[in-house]
Design a protein around this ligand. Sequence first.
Ligand code: NI
Length: 190
Amino acid sequence: MILPVVAYGHPTLRKVAKEVQPDHPDLEQFIADMFETMYQSDGVGLAAPQVNQSIRLFIMDVSPYADKYPEAQGFKKVFINPSIYKEEGEEWAFNEGCLSFPGVREDIMRKPFIYMKYQDEHFHSHDERFEGIVARVIQHEYDHTQGKLFVDKMSALRKMLLKGKLTDISKGNIDVFYRMTFPLQKKGKK
Ligand code: NI
C-alpha cells in the first residue's frame, strides 16, 4: 500500500522518533509499504516520520547511484534504531533532495565516513562503517529520526530565499506526482 508522504511543516517531521520494539505491530507490512512508497515516488531513502510514524526506522535503496558511486551498487537496506556514533573526514557537498520537500534541491555539506550501530529487519544488531553516497543518504535519513531536516543545514540566506517555496509546500500549492499530506492545506481543497 502506498502511504502519503507528509510535507514540510508537518509536526511529525520535528519529533525525535521512538525506539522500535521487536513486537511492533505489523512491522513487516509497514516496511513493505515504505519500499512501495519510496519506489513510487522515485526516492532513494525514506524515513518512518515522513509517512507520519514517529519511530526510529528508515529504508534505503541507493542503487540508482551505482553508475557514479560504486559503493551504491545493490545497496538496499532497512535500518532500525540506528545510532551514528562517529563521523569523520573532510565535509563534501552533495545536491540533496527530500520527498517531504518536492522541487527543492540544495548542496549540503556532510562528512564522508560514518560509524553506526543499528538493527536490521530481523532485529539483528550491526556495527558498521559506511562511506560516500551510502553514508550521505544514511545521514539524511538518520536526521529524520532525530526530528532534523536538510533545510536546517542550509545557510540563513538560502533559507530566506526558499521561504516562499517552503510555505507553498506546506500549503500544498505545488505540483507533485506522488501522494502527500500537506499540514497547511485548506480543508475541502484538493
Ligand atoms: Ni528526507
